[in-house]
Structures are given as structure tokens and as C-alpha cells.
Design a protein around this ligand. Structure first.
Ligand SMILES: Nc1ncnc2c1ncn2[C@@H]1O[C@H](COP(=O)(O)OP(=O)(O)OP(=O)(O)O)[C@@H](O)[C@H]1O
Length: 364
């Protein structure tokens, strides 16, 4: 059963279309993420699902209830949806307890229920604190507790971690996921942060140009993105020219086995993540292609290595992630090999400017 089902959802501001036909299904109990660059329409989509705004076309179903069909829309308070915004959601003059109790029906505003909710989000004991006495992460947990107090079927999280520093962000995110999962509530998180989406969601839907370009579990999305810009948006990628011969991709790095079938003779690129390439010192008898190290960023636990592959078609730039303990030196000659099956993207999905070399792009 889907808790959220969107079909052909459109919304324009004046003559500017923002959502051009969004299709999305989120299973009941799933923790899903909408990932997209700033301004791509993520908040607009959340507002439509919450009922704060209405679709121009298409339909929104929550469970078995059609809440918006472009003609009639169910009021926000009748949708059983909780909403946690970016920040500033709490009433500054009320303490934590009163903030959370505000979300409860009058007959259930007892201390026990509030304590239960605060324990659930990992901040039991802070009932008497005012919002200004809490860290950003604690404030967001209070906002979550208040949103969960109404026992919604769906909780919408609109970049709720974006104002937090990285350490607190990861910790708060994990707590929020744990709390939402414990209740079995369906969650939809919007974020422009790839790591955030990949690390905490069961399903990641990428919003680009007003449509969902791909929706898949994080591993599948990262390993088999539908096109090259999406591959580069999700993390650093080596984009290596390839032709399919005898069922494998022939590349400047040698033959690369593929995860998915590709038509014989097809031309395009193979997407290889930096951690899918391996390095050995030149001269050792290892399979692979010769290269020279151009730059090394050493992080202790690992290192990011930039290479130039010796390739008759012109030196091919590559990025490799190696363990910090065996990071090569700048200028060192190395042999680069492929340590995993590759993902082939045919010519139609590999734009010229990203068709060769390495990439990370801002827009998916
Ligand atoms: N009420 C409005 N009137 C006119 N334009 C709007 C309105 N709300 C949003 N927009 C425009 O619609 C586009 C999408 O905005 P939206 O806030 O949905 O994007 P977003 O992906 O959530 O961005 P961010 O990550 O920066 O919050 C933007 O270009 C924005 O300027």
C-alpha cells in the first residue's frame, strides 16, 4: 500500500512552471527523500502534499484518500500529515513541554504523552527548557515531537537539518529516522544534500526540471543512475568512453564487465566511482592501464588521487579513492585497474561536455 502517490502533478507560479508532471509512489512506512538542487521545487511539492497549496493538474493520494485532484482539495488539518520546516518552528515563549503539547488534542495533553514523545526523539528531561536554551538539533527534535503528536500517517521533513553543523546534523538525522521508524510513520524528507539522502532514505527520488528523473533505493541510484549528469550529481564519477564488444565495455582502462546488459556495438560511457578503481605501483605485474599521479589529497583514513591515464586519444583524467596507508606520491607512475563492474550509459544519455573524464556537477 502506498502512503503517498503523486500522478502528473503540475504547479506553476504565474507563467513559470515549477513542477511539470511529478510521479511518485512512497510505500507505507518507508523513509523517502526528494533530492534536488536549490530552487528545483522541493518545498513546492511538500506544500502541495501538506495541503498549504493546491495542484494545477494531476492528483495527490494519501493512502486511499484522494486529497487533491486540481478541482477539490482536502484541508491540511484533515490530511493526517505532520510538517517539520527548516527552522523556527517552535513558539519561543513556550517551554518544550508546552510546544509539544500544542500538537496534541486537548484531551491528550497529559505529561505522560509528552514525555513519551520526547523520549522517543531522544531528548527526555528537557521539558522545562525554552527553545533558546536548546541546541539547533534539540530544537528540531522538539519540532518533530510536536509534529508526531498528532499521530500523522505521513511526516514531511522540509530540509529540517540544513541549519545544523555537520556532526550534529548526522546525529539528529539518525535520531529522527529512528523515531519515525519506531512509530511506523511514513516520512518524506526533502534535501539538496546527496549524502543525507543516500545515508538515511529507503527510497531517493531525484527532482530535476520539474519531474522525478529517477526514484530508487540509494544503492541502486548510486550504482545505476539513469544518465551522466545524475551520476555526477550523486557523487564524484569517472566517465570513461566505452564501446560494447563481446558483452563487455572496451575502455581505455581495459575491458570492464557491466552490471546491466548493454547492446552489442553500443557506444557511450562507463561510469566508475573513484572507490571502484584500484592503484598499484608501476612495474608490478598487475593488469590495468598506466597513469601518472597528478594530485593527492590525504585524509588519513583515505586519500583522493587525481591521475592522468596514458591514452593515445589524449590523457584521460581520473579520480581514485585509495586507503590512506597506501596513497601514492604526486608524480608517481602507477597502474590503474577497475575493481568493480561498471555502469554503462548509452550515447543518448551522456552529454558531450560530460562525455569524457571526471565530473561532479551542481545540477542533477
Ligand atoms: N509563492 C511563490 N511565488 C512565486 N514563485 C515562487 C513561489 N514559491 C516558490 N517560487 C519559485 O519556485 C521555484 C521553486 O521553489 P521551491 O521553494 O519549491 O524550491 P526548493 O527546491 O524547495 O528550493 P530550496 O532548496 O532553496 O528551498 C523557485 O524558483 C522559487 O523562486
Amino acid at each position: 500500500m502506498n502512503a503517498i502517490s503523486l500522478r502528473g502533478v503540475t504547479r506553476a507560479y504565474g507563467t513559470t512552471p515549477v513542477l511539470r508532471g511529478v510521479d511518485l509512489d512512497v510505500e507505507s512506512g518507508a523513509f523517502a527523500a526528494i533530492l534536488g538542487v536549490s530552487g528545483c521545487g522541493k518545498s513546492t511539492l511538500m506544500r502541495l502534499i501538506a495541503g498549504f497549496d493546491h495542484v494545477d493538474g494531476g492528483t495527490i493520494d494519501l493512502g486511499s484518500v484522494r486529497v487533491d485532484d486540481g478541482h477539490r482539495a482536502l484541508a491540511p488539518e484533515r490530511r493526517r500529515v505532520g510538517y517539520v520546516p527548516q527552522e523556527g518552528a517552535l513558539f519561543p515563549h513556550l517551554d518544550v513541554r508546552a510546544n509539544v503539547a500544542f500538537g496534541l488534542p486537548r484531551r491528550r495533553r497529559g505529561q505522560a504523552r509528552v514525555d513519551e514523545l520526547l523520549d522517543l526523539v531522544g531528548i527526555g528531561g528537557l521539558q522545562r527548557h525554552r527553545p533558546h536554551e536548546l541546541s539547533g538539533g534539540q530544537q528540531q527534535r522538539v519540532a518533530l515531537a510536536r509534529a508526531l503528536a498528532t499521530e500523522p500517517e505521513v511526516i514531511l521533513l522540509d530540509e529540517p537539518f540544513s541549519a545544523l553543523d555537520p556532526g550534529l546534523r548526522a546525529e539528529t538525522r539518525a535520531e529522527v529516522r529512528r523515531a519515525v521508524k519506531a512509530l511506523g510513520t511514513t516520512a518524506l524528507l526533502v534535501t539538496h544534500d546527496q549524502d543525507e539522502a543516500l545515508s538515511c532514505a529507503d527510497l531517493v527520488a531525484v527532482l530535476r526540471d520539474g519531474v522525478i528523473v529517477q526514484a530508487a533505493p540509494p544503492r541502486e541510484l548510486y550504482r545505476a543512475p539513469s544518465d551522466v549528469p545524475l551520476a555526477c550529481f550523486l557523487g564524484e564519477a569517472n566517465v570513461v568512453p566505452a564501446t560494447i564488444e563481446d558483452g563487455v565495455a572496451q575502455t581505455p582502462l581495459g575491458p570492464v564487465r557491466l552490471r546491466d546488459a548493454a547492446g552489442e556495438g553500443a557506444r557511450g560511457v562507463v561510469v566508475l566511482r573513484p572507490e571502484e578503481l584500484t592503484l598499484t605501483a608501476a612495474g608490478r605485474d598487475a593488469g590495468g592501464a598506466n597513469a601518472e599521479v597528478g594530485a593527492v589529497e590525504f585524509y588519513g583514513h583515505d586519500a583522493r588521487v587525481e591521475l592522468r591515464l596514458d591514452d593515445p586519444a589524449g590523457a584521460l583524467p581520473l579520480i581514485v579513492r585509495t586507503g590512506g596507508h597506501d596513497a601514492p606520491e604526486v608524480g608517481q607512475r602507477v597502474v590503474c585497474a577497475v575493481g568493480a563492474d561498471g555502469h554503462f550509459v548509452g550515447d543518448g544519455h551522456a552529454p558531450d561536455d560530460l562525455g569524457r573524464g571526471t565530473g561532479t556537477v551542481a545540477a542533477a
